[in-house]
Write a protein that binds this ligand. Structure first.
Ligand code: WTA
Length: 647
């Protein structure tokens, strides 16, 4: 274990930062004591068409569960991200596109962004997209992905972005759930020098009988030949050439939906997390400004994919709402080699870099030369998101990447929270490697034990949030009961995060990881039940149980216990086939790392799989399995330990 050293706020950072510690403390106090007053004022970071007169109206009670912010105000998100900057920033670069191929890059100014988004919106309008419709976006990391999302926001249509690494199966499930009549995709994507067959995947997804999609808008990206269905499929560039580069933004109510983003939970079926317009924009805009201490002219780079919430909040919306200049990266950190991030920092003089611990750990392993050979003197601030960052990786990021000059903001949040919830502020917070530190304005975290008893001060427990904040999700799309059951049924009147957490004597929060059946593989969130359903869909599999186990690079790896059908012989071939099967069913991010063929699984007498035991065996911590007396067949456990895969 690395010893934890506190890093005080450096003097130069405190001097240029937007907020000092005293200001943080004062604003935080006000935000939780007088949320109406605080957010009433902060709501002004965005432009409203009709100003709000009400600020907060929320309840976490079973019979009256609702979350409403600024509910009588009206605005348009795309207007806030683009049009309002035009008088002063039309010629400022909004997006610096950095291609997968390091020799490809281009810039897009705010004026150009305006024209591109308007054209995209007009193409969507011509294909019958109206306010309230759901538009599925299945795109590579090219600027058109942003244009498409912004175009939906301009028209008041909800986008549902499906990560380009997901399989046709996973795509089909998401299209079906929200019943989109239109999909936006590209011929192919590029990632790490490889081509991703996006259009072919869409065609496969559309073979499902229960989906009725009228149009597929296809952006020509690689230019290679792809299947094309006349009448249904539309080449984006051809359509865009026929429409004007102007399109009025639609006036939206603060509580009109902005987007749906599917995320994994404890059951096999992903949930459509719904975010709305006003509160989400206010919350993401404000967190971006203070957490990244954004000053006009800074070059910001979030190396996430738009398929995840980080890409929604801190690529597509908040940076643009703040009138920022940002790098938009098509590639991966390890291609062509482990120097790619630092080469890009040098090339575009990046000031703020926001990435995931999994990338940091992978690059750390490749050696310091890949970092030190590039000029990183432009960097001012580093950020981390998506999973706990271990102190070793934190120190390396700090010392080697940031030359011990740049604070690290370790930001804890979730798809459901819309924006950053627990985080340092660069000019205010002394840092402790591995801790997300303190709550952002308006956030009231609390630790409770499994019975719901509130734990004081220095404690470890389940992390809940006791009051609403503007960026909170509003419902599970089409299933308000599930919203209640998932987040509010465990602890009455409180939002349950699903995370375990330790709070130290200084009031700093240390997220320890999920306490439910969600695992976090390379910062990608996944439900173990999803992987299990994929496995049991194979004709040779009778039963499967999936758990996470500690993995050096990925944070968590996927460990699958598989019981085969009677008479099927466990072979290496079958193991490989199952791995490939899961990749096809869900996508490469769900690739099982270890599969153990197990004739039986440990179950209670009522037939419930005892995951606690499976987790311990996968973690190689089987010496203390706790109480196994309730097992139906205790001998199963011996067999599992004997044949464990993680040695
Ligand atoms: C985990 C990603 C520790 C956590 C924005 C959470 C983190 C889940 C951190 C949400 C962090 C995210 N430290 N753990 N800084 N950030 N997590 O919905 O378990 O993809 O519940 O949102 O990631 O993942 P999601």
């Amino acid at each position: 274990m690395t010893e934890i050293h506190t890093h005080p706020v450096p003097k130069e950072v405190a001097e240029r930062a937007l907020l000092t510690n005293d200001q943080y403390l004062e604003m935080y106090k006000r935000s939780v004591e007088d949320p109406d007053g605080f957010w009433g004022e902060m709501g002004k970071v965005v432009d409203w068409i009709k100003p709000y007169s009400k600020v907060k109206d929320t309840s976490f009670d079973k019979d009256d569960l609702h979350v409403r912010w600024f509910e009588d105000g009206t605005l348009n998100v795309s207007y806030n991200c683009i049009d309002r900057h035009l008088p002063e920033k039309a010629d400022q670069v909004a997006i610096i596109f950095e291609g997968d191929d390091p020799s490809v890059s281009r810039t897009i100014t705010y004026r150009e962004l305006y024209e591109e988004v308007c054209r995209f919106a007009n193409v969507l309008k011509e294909h019958n997209v109206k306010k309230g419709d759901r538009v599925t976006i299945y795109m590579p990391m090219i600027p058109e992905a942003l244009f498409a999302m912004q175009a939906c926001a301009r028209l008041g249509a909800m986008h549902s972005v499906v990560f380009g690494g997901f399989s046709p199966e996973a795509l089909a499930g998401r299209v079906h759930d929200c019943k989109s009549h239109i999909i936006i995709t590209a011929d192919e994507g590029r990632r790490g020098g490889r081509l991703v067959p996006l259009k072919a995947n869409v065609d496969k997804a559309l073979e499902h009988k229960d989906i009725s999609v009228q149009n597929v808008i296809v952006v020509r990206n690689t230019g290679n030949d792809v299947p094309f269905t006349e009448g249904r499929d539309v080449w984006y560039q051809d359509a865009a050439a026929q429409v004007p580069a102007e399109c009025e933004p639609v006036e939206m109510n603060a509580e009109d939906p902005l987007f749906i983003l599917y995320t994994s939970g404890s059951t096999g079926q992903p949930k459509g997390v719904l975010h709305t317009t006003g509160g989400y924009l206010v919350y993401t805009t404000l967190t971006f400004k203070y957490v990244f201490d954004y000053h006009d002219g800074d070059v910001y780079w979030c190396a996430a994919d738009v398929g995840w919430i980080t890409g929604h909040s801190y690529i597509c919306y908040a940076p643009l709402a703040n009138g920022a200049t940002m790098v938009f990266f098509e590639g991966v950190p390890t291609w062509p080699d482990a120097g790619r991030l630092w080469q890009t920092v040098e090339k575009h003089k990046v000031n703020i870099l926001y990435t995931a611990p999994t990338a940091i750990r992978a690059l750390m392993g490749a050696g310091d030369e890949f970092v030190t050979k590039y000029d990183r003197s432009s960097l001012k601030l580093l950020g981390s998101v998506g999973e706990p960052i271990n102190p070793e990786a934190w120190e390396w990021y700090y010392r080697v990447v940031g030359d011990s000059r740049c604070p690290i903001v370790d930001t804890w949040w979730q798809t459901e929270t819309g924006g950053i919830m627990i985080t340092p502020l660069p000019g205010a917070t002394d840092l402790k490697p591995g801790s997300a530190t303190r709550p952002f304005f308006g956030i009231k975290p609390q630790l409770v034990d499994n019975e719901g008893n509130v734990l004081d001060e220095n404690a470890e427990g389940n992390l809940v949030i006791t009051d609403s904040w503007p960026g909170q999700m509003r419902t599970v799309y089409g299933d308000h009961d599930r919203f209640y059951m998932t987040y509010f049924a465990n602890y009455k009147g409180k939002y349950f995060t699903g995370d375990g957490c330790h709070r130290d004597k200084d009031g700093y929060y240390w997220i320890t990881g999920r306490v439910d059946d969600v695992i976090n593989v390379s910062g990608h969130r996944m439900g173990t039940a999803e992987v299990e359903s994929a496995l049991v869909a194979h004709h040779d599999v009778a039963e499967a149980a999936v758990v996470g186990y500690p993995h050096n690079i990925k944070g968590q790896g996927i460990y699958a216990y598989v019981t085969l059908n009677h008479g099927v012989t466990p072979t290496e071939e079958l193991r490989k086939e199952l791995v490939q099967w899961v990749r096809n069913e869900i996508g490469p991010i769900a690739t099982p790392d270890l599969i153990q063929f197990s004739p039986g699984l440990p179950k209670t007498r009522s037939g419930k799989i005892m995951r606690r035991i499976l987790r311990k065996i996968a973690e190689n911590e089987y010496s203390n399995l706790g109480d196994t007396s309730t097992l139906a067949e205790p001998a199963v456990v011996e067999e599992l330990i004997e044949n464990r895969q993680n040695r």
